[in-house]
Write a protein that binds this ligand. Structure first.
Ligand SMILES: [Fe+2]
Ligand SMILES: [Fe+2]
Length: 197
């Protein structure tokens, strides 16, 4: 398999893992008797905002999608859909941040709205990744030449042009922070405390 496809799959798996954890904890936070540790939600939102935005989507847009479009102009509708979903995803994350803010300030009010926004975003992002893996990648494998793959692979491996100089290891650090903050069954952090009164 091409190096860039493996990288893409791995990045999708990391995003999925955080989305799974976020969904699980948003459900746990519906219990008004237990006060969530909001730091974990903030770290998770930062991850699903910055990782795709700064590291993952730029590679897709600039290299993989661009080269497929050059080789196969008929893929324009699919590529348009995926790139506009990148923008839509960023907008949905702003909404997630807003509902987290309301939840944190108004706790225990706002838990249901936050959980619904999380569900909606997770569904949206999973669909997006599924279309990339099931529709776009097979087309790319079919139409890109060996030379194209070398260009795409090199760009992916070097993680060229990460915006604002973010590095893969910054995200690894953020990921371990999430794991150490999140309570079971998501991570290894302290269980959330029963609210007094
Ligand atoms: Fe994407
Ligand atoms: Fe993707």
């Amino acid at each position: 398999m091409h190096k860039s496809i493996t990288i893409l799959h791995n990045e999708h798996r990391s995003i999925s893992a955080v989305l799974h954890g976020l969904k699980e904890l948003a459900r746990l936070a519906l219990d008004p008797k237990v006060k969530p540790d909001f730091r974990v939600f903030r770290a998770m939102l930062r991850y699903i905002d910055e990782y795709p935005e700064r590291l993952h989507h730029p590679k897709e847009d600039k290299y993989l999608f661009a080269r497929l479009l050059a080789r196969r102009p008929q893929t324009l509708p699919l590529i348009r859909r995926l790139t506009s979903e990148h923008e839509e995803g960023a907008r949905m994350i702003r909404e997630l941040e807003r509902s987290l803010l309301f939840f944190e300030e108004g706790w225990p009010a706002g838990a249901y709205e936050f959980q619904q926004t999380v569900e909606e975003y997770a569904r949206f992002h999973w669909d997006h990744m599924r279309v990339e893996e099931k529709e776009l990648l097979p087309l790319a494998e079919h139409h890109l030449t060996a030379e194209d793959w070398k260009w795409v692979d090199d760009a992916f491996a070097a993680n060229k042009d990460p915006i604002a100089g973010v590095r893969e290891r910054d995200f690894e650090r953020l990921f371990s922070r999430i794991v150490s903050l999140a309570p079971a069954p998501v991570g290894l952090g302290e269980p959330w405390k029963k609210a007094s009164g």
